[in-house]
Design a protein around this ligand. Sequence first.
Ligand code: ADE
Length: 229
Amino acid sequence: MRIDIITVLPELIESPLNHSIVKRARDKNLAEIVVHNLRDYSFDKHKRVDDYAFSGDAGMVMMVEPIFRAISALKLQRSYDEVIYTSPDGKMLNQQRSNYLSTLINIIILCGHYKGIDQRVRDHLITLEISIGDYVLSGGELAAAVITDSIVRLIPGALGDETSALTDSFQDSLLAPPVYTRPAEFNGWKVPDILLSGNDALIEKWKFEQSMERTKRLRPELLDEWGED
Ligand code: ADE
């Protein structure tokens, strides 16, 4: 899979995507992540990519032309399944959307900044707007990193243990069960006996019951609202 990220702050996005699972996936060529500086597509000598809003509102607006140039240059090289814009107005990121995005071949993520982008970009170039939560970030870079991380870890081979992405919280609309490691007892705090029993069937049953109990207690809406915005 290839992910092209267009931003005015490339250094903000490179670091979170250069560690751990995402780095490993990049090293194994499972995910090609290419960060582009929008200023490289600016048409003026000062490399400006924003201008005043026609409405007279305070705050700068990202201009249509550099974005058009950047996206067009990429589209000349390959076709894209989605051109994503990170915005608090977008559809909420959830596991179902990450699963869908992880099945795609090529995507572009355009990071929003300033007061927003010229609406014509959204009308004519963007195919999907994604929000990572009901709060406003200073820019779309951290959102793009979150989206990319959640997608890349789902690509087959990205995780050491092929099955572990499937047992993540939310993957089956349930929170994950609690996990324990050695020692079996610390400070008088014991690991549940069943996990030490060696009985795989009973352990699976226990894990499912724990998932159900935690989901009902902590996120009951997941049991009936999964997949809805
Ligand atoms: N840009 C600013 N806030 C955002 C959010 N919550 N999600 C995605 N992009 C954003």
